[in-house]
Design a protein around this ligand. Sequence first.
Ligand code: HEM
Length: 483
Amino acid sequence: MDIFTLSSLVIITISCILLWKKKSSSGFNLPPGPPSLPIIGNLHQINGKPLHHTIINMSQKYGPIILLHFGSQPFVVISSSKLATQALQTHDSALGNRPYSRNTKRVTFDYNDIVFSPYDDHYKHMRETLVDFLNSRTTKSLQKVLNSEVTRLIDSLPFDNEVHIDKVISNFILDYVCKIVAGKSYRDVTLGGKKLKEMLDDMLIFFSGSFSEIFPSYGWILEDLSGWTRRLDKHIASYDALIEMMIDEHIDHANVDEKDLIDVCKSSLTRKEMKAIMTNVFNGAVETSYLALVWVMAMLVKNPRVMHKLQAEIRSHSGKKSTLDETDTAKMTYLKNVIKETLRLHGPAPFLISRHCVEHIQIGGYDILPGTNVLICSREIAKDPMVWTENVNEFYPERFENRVVDQFDMTPFGGGRRSCPGFNLATSILEVVVANLFNNIDWKAPNGMRNEDLDVEENEEGSLLVAKKTPLYLVPVKHNSQA
Ligand code: HEM
């Protein structure tokens, strides 16, 4: 490290200490929280553990609103339904932005995207374009693609043999999302030594926090020195080449009847905007939907009572149809409750994507100052004892019967103006796939294991999205309707 870098670090360190002392002695009624250290804040308390586990422990001690510092950045973490309502409804406008970071800027094509873009007219136009694509003009063709992919999925199952469910479902989702984005699957295309799925996995790592996010003024130096920036450059180059290829392949052909996302966007968005929106759909839809599907399957097989009750409902509606679609699942209320209950207990995103506060507001009587980042702990809200009174940790879909679920009682898709625009598509994928996988198929745990003994522990690694700790293997058996 040269003398310039070293002296910059010393000056920045001293400024941080002074700033930290000044803030802690301010006259505001800040939320409670564990004491933080100069420079690193509370990083030492979360290092190496999944953030939502740490938050659960902290909120038991300090309550449902906590102030933490990740490096120099203040974060308020909210973990009750009542306070989430204040944040996402009362103060939705003050919290309508996401935190800024130089890495996010790069992977979102200069904030031309939806997920991280500032809340402005450009954002509204981009979000409207996606919602329009997902919900109105092309809904029918999206369903058609889903039905044909589901048929392919079922035809590919090796009955009476062990199936690596994670792999099968992940491939299925990637193929489906590629088709709605670009009209065909790009799963096996390799660029820069990586395939699309690996590129998307890498991108999650770049989103999972970096030095420049928690130390905005000098974190970039550490990123450059540690090789992080070089890795990011390499990643962006291969990913960019792949989505450029997808767009180029559309230049000379236009799908008239079954328009994919590129067809719909190519006349109204710039190239950068197109790449940004495609990235949002790949990142927003692939890993989340895949994880949610694996969790539903695991929870059903682990709970035979629920699985048999669901199969009875599906089979009573299926008649002689070989592939069930949305018109069939619309009538299946228990199926909808099974999916809600899985998302309540194992929603793939334990936290909503951070919000950045731009005004002085109050939540739960505490001051939230401009510049604070607000994290909503969706996982804890879904178990809030003020809302969910009975056996909160039990997988019990019946809890949704005769119950009106308020939008902030559980928030697997977020809430307010930045809530997930893919909610309808995601729900339809989950319902249609589960209905088909449990209609003519019975599922067993492998190697003679009792279904009830299936492991449903959560992975301890990763805070953005939470997978099962161990891979899911199951044996599909053709259901004999005469039995
Ligand atoms: C089971 C599947 C899914 C889950 C659990 C999920 C969850 C979420 C969550 C928690 C957020 C953050 C919301 C907030 O900050 O309040 C979000 C945002 C977003 N999701 Fe999803 N999502 C899913 C599927 C999808 C799909 C299928 C798409 C696109 C086709 C999508 C696109 C997006 C986008 C673009 C945003 C950013 C919205 C904004 O900032 O305005 N998601 N999602």
